[in-house]
Design a protein around this ligand. Structure first.
Ligand SMILES: Cc1cc2nc3c(=O)[nH]c(=O)nc-3n(C[C@H](O)[C@H](O)[C@H](O)COP(=O)(O)O)c2cc1C
Length: 181
C-alpha cells in the first residue's frame, strides 16, 4: 500500500487545515496517510511520498519547515516531495486586491526554503494557496501595509483547488507518470 507523510508548519492553524484536507482526500483514495506538525520528528524515510507545507511569514516558510528541508538534504532515502505554501494569496484565490494579486502571481519568486528544497530533494510540484488572516494577526505596521494592498481579512482557502491538487498527487503516485527515476 502507498504511504504518504504530510508535514505542516502552521502558526495560526490555516496551514494545518489545508494539510488535513489534503490528508482526508488521500485517505479517501485508499492511501495510508499520516499528518504531522513539523515541530515533531518526521520519519519520512519510511514513506513513498512526502507532502510538505508551510505558512509564509516574511516571504519564507516557518523555521520548523526549514529544518525539515535541511534534514532532507542530509538523509539517505528521501521520497519524492510535493510542497505547498499558504499565504495571503494563492494560485486561485486571494486575501489581497485582485489586480495586485495578478501582479504578485507573475512576479513573486517562490519562498527561499522552497527554492532550497529543489536542491535537496526530488520536488515534484509547489502549489501556492491563500490562507486565513484575522485583524489581530498583524502588528500595526502589517495592518497598514495590508490595508494599502487592498487586503480583506477572512478565510480565502479555495478548498476545491486544494482537493484537486491532492487528487493530482494521488493520480501521479498511482500511475507513476511523474516518476523521474
Ligand atoms: C507575522 C506574519 C507574517 C506574514 N508574512 C506574510 C508574507 O510575507 N507574505 C504573505 O503573503 N503572507 C504573510 N502572512 C500571512 C500568512 O501567511 C497567512 O495568514 C497564512 O494563512 C498563515 O497560516 P497559518 O494560519 O497556518 O499560520 C503573514 C502572517 C503573519 C501573522
Amino acid at each position: 500500500m502507498t504511504r504518504i507523510l504530510i508535514g505542516y508548519a502552521s502558526a495560526k492553524g490555516s496551514t494545518e487545515g489545508v494539510a488535513r484536507r489534503i490528508g482526508e482526500r488521500c485517505a479517501a483514495a485508499g492511501i495510508e496517510t499520516k499528518i504531522v506538525s513539523t515541530e515533531k520528528d518526521l520519519d519520512f524515510e519510511q514513506f513513498d511520498a512526502l507532502i510538505l507545507g508551510s505558512a509564509v511569514h516574511n516571504r519564507d516558510w516557518l523555521p520548523s519547515a526549514h529544518k525539515v528541508v535541511d534534514r532532507l538534504g542530509s538523509s539517505g532515502r528521501v521520497p519524492p516531495v510535493w510542497a505547498f505554501s499558504v499565504s495571503t494569496w494563492g494560485a486561485t484565490s486571494t486575501l489581497l486586491a485582485r489586480r495586485l494579486t495578478r501582479r504578485i502571481r507573475r512576479t513573486t519568486t517562490e519562498p527561499k526554503t522552497v527554492a532550497f528544497l529543489r536542491t535537496t530533494a526530488d520536488l515534484r510540484d509547489h502549489r501556492q494557496f491563500a490562507g486565513v488572516l484575522k485583524h489581530g494577526d498583524w502588528p500595526l505596521f502589517g495592518r497598514i501595509v495590508f490595508a494599502l494592498m487592498g487586503g480583506r481579512y477572512g478565510d480565502a482557502r479555495d478548498w476545491s483547488d486544494i482537493e484537486m491538487w491532492a487528487d493530482a498527487i494521488v493520480g501521479q503516485l498511482r500511475t507513476g507518470v511523474s516518476d523521474s527515476t
